[in-house]
Every structure is written in structure tokens, then in C-alpha cells.
Design a protein around this ligand. Structure first.
Ligand SMILES: Nc1nc2c(c(=O)[nH]1)N[C@H]1C(S)=C(S)[C@@H](COP(=O)(O)O)O[C@H]1N2
Ligand SMILES: [Mo]
Length: 420
């Protein structure tokens, strides 16, 4: 197969200073990435991120994913792996801030219960059967995307997991609406926010500490699409995704969708749990220069996620099987509402062709787009996809505003295709 030197399979522009990317491309060009990485390991001039990738084994059940770390477990999909309408367990990214609880590893409920307390008329406790018996079931296909998806594209580099484009998935969940449970407890007029508490431990296993405890405004908690889920793709929630129960706040950063839930506290102030304060999941209130130091008081909590799309077929770097006719497809989604259109360009944005776009199966599911392009002559092309949502929000072609933690990179996805 004719493999042109591929573009990076994510939206960042090439920078000679980006050694990891440079070495990655070089390894591909040599056609022997493993030997090459091995060589570099021995010379000791090895960039640490690549060293980690070379050494990490796949996670059982998720072997296809790219591992960023195993303690805590962080692993993302590639564009090709996200081709399914409903992302299977094996291809759904995992983002953990701490350790998977023993209960989840064992997959046994034991004495598990969920507590609802705080600004409610009556504190309530449910076991899983009680949740299933008390409230009407709710099912939906929902996109969960990490707020840091695309972080690897920011320059100057920022700390945190260097997600490229695969910290997103759209699985089918079954559970109950959070609003039904909260209304049952009786939400007081003093309620302004909810905070979740999970059963996961910090890396140092300190008792009474939470690796993450975030939440959403009460309006979002009471939205009909916000749910408590015990099933993912027709099976009990897997250990990595929050067994036995997780929160899903679709359209908001994945960090608001608490896993291994034990408690939801209704608050009379903005929740102040772990990773709610400081610079966590916050972006500057005003645009800042790349690399700027931003005082905490100038940062604001990320709310909805911006419009985004991905080209899941063909895979970047492939040769067209049908000459100049290339069939492309992918998904598009937005935290602000439906996606209205997806356009593609094969000439660096000079001209655009609108793709056909399906309706979402429900609110906050991603939408399939497809397009057959006839490329003018043989040769090398870079194909770009750009989604626009119903609010008029459109993906930028370049990495958008730099921010200290590298959130919200929704730059258009680009692939390289060779037409023989
Ligand atoms: N209890 C708990 N909930 C959590 C996390 C966590 O570390 N602990 N990670 C959050 C983050 S940052 C993201 S992006 C999503 C990832 O969900 P997934 O691992 O099922 O893909 O879970 C969120 N919920
Ligand atoms: Mo996240």
C-alpha cells in the first residue's frame, strides 16, 4: 500500500519544536516504529511521553486504545476506532483521576447505596433496586467528551494528559433522570448547584479525600437529559466507567459526569469539591496570550462544550481504493444543541462541500455525516471537516484560544489521503 507521510491524526499544526510529534512522524516514515523507539530508549535521548507509550501495555478489554497512563488509567481512541454509531465499551476512552474502587473491580454491589442530601426537603438513600423500582427508566445515546480532549494541540505546552482527539465517545446508557430523583427528595429554593462524590480513591489512598468531586448548576441537574446510569450499551456499567452508577451531564465537560457515585449533595453555593476551584476545568474570562499566567479570579468554570467533528473514515495516511472517488464519514456533536451542517474541503479551505448529516437519535447523541468527494486529479490531499451547530458556532481551522490547562480545543480534524 502506498502510504504518504501522514498528517498528525489530530488537529494541531506541525511545529519543529514538538519533538514527540516529530519523532512519531519519523518513526512512521521509517516504517519500523518499534525498532526506532527501541533504539531511542537505549540512547536515552527519548522524550518521556513517547517512552511511556512505548512501555505501556494495552488495558485488558481496551487493547485498541492509546494508553496515556495506567495509574490512574487514562486511554483514548483513534479516529478510526470512533467509526461506530454507538461506541462499544472496548473503544470508549477512559479518564480517571484516581483509582478504580474495589467494588467496581469486583462488580459486586455489596452494601452500595446512593445518598441525596443537602438543600432538599428530605435526605434519601437508595440501593440500585430502589432506584429501578421508584423511577421510570430513561435511555439515551450520549456523547461524553473530556474537557481536555485536544490538549496536545496547544502551544506552549500545558500540563495534563496530552489527549489528541480520542477522549470522546457516544455510548447508550440506561438509568433514570436525575431530576426525578431530586424532585422526589424535594429541591429547596436555596439550591443553586449539585456536587457529586464517587467511591474512587486518590492515588495515595488517603481516606476522606476525593480525586475529583465536581457538579453542575441546579438548572442543568434538573434538565431532562441529565441522568443517573447503571447500564452502558445494554450491560451493567463497566468497572472503568463507574460501576454501579454514574452521573451523565451531556454537553458539559466529561468531568461533570461523576463515576462510582455514592452521593449527590445539593448545594446553596457553587460546589467547591476537588477540581472545582483554581484553574481546574476553568478557562480565562478574557482571551489571553499563549503562555500567559492567568490569576484564578480571571478564570471561569467551563459550561457547555463547543461544536466538534471527527473524520472516522478513511484513516489518515491511506490511499484511496476507488481512485479519485473518496467516500468520507464521521460524527459531529455540540454541547450547545444540534449540529446544523458539516462541510468538507480538500483544497485547504478554498472551497467547501456540504456533507449529508443525519439527525441525532436523541438530544446529545452525535450525528453521522457522510460525503462522497470526487477529487480533481490524482495526488496528495489534506481533507478537512468542519461542523456548525444550530447556534451558529463553527469549528475553527486552527487551534483556538490558548488557555493555561489546555481545554476546549475544537479545531477541525484533518486527514491526509493519497489518490493514485
Ligand atoms: N468519580 C470520578 N468520576 C469521574 C472521573 C473520576 O476520575 N472520578 N473522571 C471524570 C472525567 S475528567 C471524565 S472526562 C469522565 C470520563 O468518563 P469515562 O472514563 O467513562 O470515559 O469521567 C468523569 N467522572
Ligand atoms: Mo475529563
Amino acid at each position: 500500500m502506498n502510504r504518504p507521510n501522514p498528517l498528525p491524526d489530530h488537529s494541531r499544526s506541525f511545529r519543529p519544536s514538538d519533538r514527540r510529534h516529530f519523532l512519531g512522524s519519523l518513526a512512521l516514515a521509517l516504517g519500523a516504529p518499534l525498532v526506532f523507539q527501541d533504539l531511542l530508549l537505549k540512547t536515552g535521548i527519548f522524550p518521556s511521553a513517547l517512552a511511556q507509550e512505548a512501555l505501556l501495555k494495552g488495558w485488558p478489554g481496551k487493547e485498541e486504545l492509546r494508553m496515556l497512563s495506567d495509574k490512574p488509567l487514562n486511554a483514548e481512541a483513534t479516529a478510526k476506532l470512533l467509526d461506530d454509531e454507538i461506541t462499544p465499551y472496548s473503544r470508549h476512552f477512559v479518564r480517571n483521576n484516581g483509582l478504580i474502587p474495589d467494588r467496581a473491580r469486583q462488580g459486586t454491589l455489596g452494601d452500595w447505596s446512593l445518598t441525596i442530601d443537602g438543600e432538599v426537603n428530605e435526605s434519601l438513600k437508595f440501593d440500585l433496586d430502589a432506584l429501578k423500582d421508584t423511577f421510570s427508566p430513561h435511555e439515551a445515546a450520549l456523547v461524553i467528551e473530556c474537557g481536555g480532549n485536544g490538549r496536545a494541540g496547544y502551544y506552549p505546552k500545558v500540563g495534563g494528559n496530552p489527549w489528541t482527539l480520542g477522549a470522546v465517545g457516544c455510548a447508550r446508557y440506561r438509568g433514570v433522570r436525575l431530576k426525578d430523583v431530586l424532585r422526589h427528595a424535594g429541591v429547596k429554593s436555596s439550591a443553586v448547584y449539585i456536587g457529586y462524590y464517587g467511591e474512587d480513591l486518590t492515588l495515595s489512598r488517603e481516606s476522606g479525600k476525593f480525586p475529583i468531586s465536581r457538579g453542575v448548576p441546579i438548572e442543568k441537574a434538573l434538565d431532562e437529559n441529565t441522568m443517573l446510569a447503571w447500564e452502558m450499551n445494554g450491560k451493567p456499567l463497566p468497572a472503568e466507567h463507574g460501576f454501579p452508577l454514574r452521573l451523565i451531564c451531556p454537553g458539559w465537560p466529561g468531568s461533570t459526569s461523576g463515576k462510582w457515585l455514592k452521593r449527590i449533595q445539593v448545594r446553596d453555593q457553587i460546589h467547591d469539591g476537588t477540581k472545582m476551584t483554581g484553574t481546574s476545568y476553568r478557562v480565562p474570562k478574557h482571551p489571553v496570550a499563549p503562555g500567559a499566567k492567568v490569576p484564578t479570579e480571571d478564570m471561569q468554570i467551563i459550561q457547555t462544550m463547543p461544536v466538534k467533528s471527527i473524520i472516522t473514515h478513511p484513516e489518515t495516511g491511506n490511499s484511496s481504493q476507488n481512485g479519485r472517488n473518496v467516500r468520507l464519514r464521521g460524527h459531529a456533536w455540540s454541547g450547545k444543541g444540534r449540529v446544523a451542517r458539516v462541510d468538507l474541503s480538500y483544497d485547504f479551505g478554498a472551497t467547501w462541500t456540504q456533507a449529508s448529516l443525519s439527525n441525532p437519535v436523541n438530544a446529545f447523541a452525535w450525528q453521522r455525516w457522510e460525503l462522497g468527494l470526487k477529487l480533481p486529479v490524482t495526488g496528495y490531499y489534506e481533507i478537512w471537516a468542519r461542523a456548525t451547530d444550530i447556534t451558529g458556532g463553527m469549528q475553527p481551522m486552527l487551534v483556538p484560544g490558548w488557555n493555561p490547562k489546555g481545554y476546549l480545543n475544537n479545531a477541525a480534524h484533518r486527514i491526509a489521503v493519497h489518490v493514485a
